[in-house]
Design a protein around this ligand. Structure first.
Ligand SMILES: Cc1ncc(COP(=O)(O)O)c(C=O)c1O
Length: 466
């Protein structure tokens, strides 16, 4: 490539950008009919990408054409309405379109004086989400890459505050020689907050694991017993939306006794906190708003494109003092909301903008309807499958998650593999109370009853053949 041809936006650059946009539209338009599983595994096509370092460049448009051609064979249908694996939102088109703009604008969203638009849009998203989630409107909010980071940030803010209450300044002194904090977490918690405990230097091995019931909810008696035995201010991690069952911990009973013991309550609500957007589901979350910090994903039930989540802390100062990394060249810490004051990152993309576009597009009514529809479909799926001899629904379907087991673990695995291999729908695996399960998460904005009927037919067919 000759240097002289490099202008801010050449014809070649234009073609590359337009080709990418055209491909985005084609890809999304075909999603319903295309296979949800990759055509090729990494080893089958790695040689197309893993070439030796090129000495010479090629045109921008040929790079993009090549990417489209080669990468398309290895894409998983995460955005497909027939993808039911893990807990993955479907990346709504309006959010994806806003994400194109974020990339094109190339803003460093670290501060409001660097990018006023990004900061104001993101601050609006934070306020809208606090309202949708029913959490205190003056909370501190950090827009992060997802619930794992959101949990970690909440746990770090909790750690710093609980140590400060014991007269220890982590900021200056670090953790060596610090007073103890007792960490408690349910037996059926997600691995993300457990990672957060490790990242915060609190030691997963010394965390107290609270016994749970058959849906994965912590037992209040177990919590009470640990609190009575506890000599240090506790950090207790509760859960809104267990990954296999969708169950919620008993917040209204648990949170007051943890606070009476001088503790901090952090809630992992990666998808479950969104239940607040639907009035008829709110009873599941009763009392959750009195916790001290919360983690929630935007790329799950809001269907924002990857990657986006929120760390919410009731005491904004606790979040800011744990996260802010101001240098001499940055603005003074004041009352204005500076995005980077609430996140581990300084420079970052304006990842809140796609969520702004989705909320603006759907409105609170549209979000309520989407979540309600998913829960209705999950119940419909469970009802249809539970009529089949040899199939068991392992959970009370209180939300959008369904845990399905066949007569034996081996059969469950074979049925799942057969369904996944056909590639028309994609549920994923899991282990629940010692048994292998097929786990279904109904969470994609475009999933309809026809998609659920296809999923049921695929599971029934595989179950009868195996
Ligand atoms: C309950 C719960 N917490 C945390 C996470 C981790 O979220 P992320 O992958 O967005 O970091 C998940 C992911 O499915 C989850 O279901």
């Amino acid at each position: 490539m000759e240097r002289s041809k490099k202008v801010p936006l050449s014809e070649d650059d234009c073609s590359a950008m337009l080709a990418a946009a055209r491909e985005a539209v084609t890809y999304r338009a075909d999603l319903k009919s295309s296979s949800v599983k990759p055509e090729l595994r990494p080893a089958d096509f790695a040689s197309n990408f893993s070439t030796s370092l090129p000495d010479k460049g090629v045109s921008a448009s040929s790079v993009i054409e090549d990417l489209i051609e080669v990468a398309s064979k290895g894409l998983q249908g995460h955005a497909s309405p027939r993808f039911f694996g893990y807990v993955c939102g479907g990346s709504m088109p309006v959010g994806a379109a806003a994400d194109f703009l974020v990339t094109a604008w190339g803003q460093n969203a670290a501060s409001s004086w660097e990018s006023p638009s990004a900061a104001v849009i993101e601050q609006t998203v934070c306020q809208w989400c606090l309202e949708l989630l029913g959490l205190p409107l003056d909370s501190g909010v950090g827009i992060v890459s997802g619930a794992t980071v959101a949990n970690t940030q909440g746990i770090i803010a909790a750690r710093d505050t609980l140590l400060k209450r014991q007269g220890w300044d982590v900021f200056e002194n670090g953790l060596f020689g610090a007073p103890d904090i007792t960490v408690m977490i349910g037996e059926d918690a997600h691995s993300a907050p457990m990672a957060g405990i490790r990242y915060a230097g609190l030691g997963l091995g010394s965390a107290k694991r609270l016994a749970t019931d058959e849906q994965g909810r912590i037992l209040i008696e177990a919590l009470r017993a640990e609190l009575e035995a506890c000599k240090n201010p506790p950090l207790v991690i509760l859960q809104a939306g267990q990954i296999n069952t969708g169950a919620f911990d008993p917040f209204a009973e648990a949170i007051p006794i943890i606070h009476d013991a001088g503790g901090w309550v952090h809630v992992d609500g990666a998808f479950g906190l969104w239940a607040h957007a639907v009035p008829s589901l709110r009873d599941r979350l009763a009392g959750v708003d009195s916790a001290d910090s919360w983690a929630v994903d935007l790329h799950k039930w809001l269907n924002a494109p990857y990657d986006a989540g929120l760390c919410i802390v009731r005491d904004r100062n606790a979040l800011v003092s744990a996260m802010s990394a101001r240098g001499a060249y940055l603005p003074e810490l004041g009352e204005t909301w500076e995005p980077s004051d609430s996140t581990l990152e300084l420079s970052r993309r304006a990842r809140g903008v796609p969520s702004y576009a989705i909320i603006r597009h759907l409105g609170a009514d549209g979000i309520r309807e989407m979540i309600t529809h998913h829960c209705v479909l999950a119940t419909y799926l469970a009802d249809r499958l539970s009529n089949e001899p040899g199939i068991e629904i392992m959970n009370d379907v209180v939300l959008n998650q369904v845990a399905i087991a066949c007569e034996t673990d081996e059969k469950t695995n074979r049925v799942l593999e057969r369904v996944q291999q056909k590639g028309r729908v994609y549920p994923s695996h899991g282990v629940w109370k010692g048994r292998q399960i097929i786990r279904v998460s109904v969470i994609n904005h475009a999933t309809d009853q026809g998609d659920i009927d296809l999923l049921v037919d695929e599971i029934l067919d595989a179950n009868r053949r195996e």
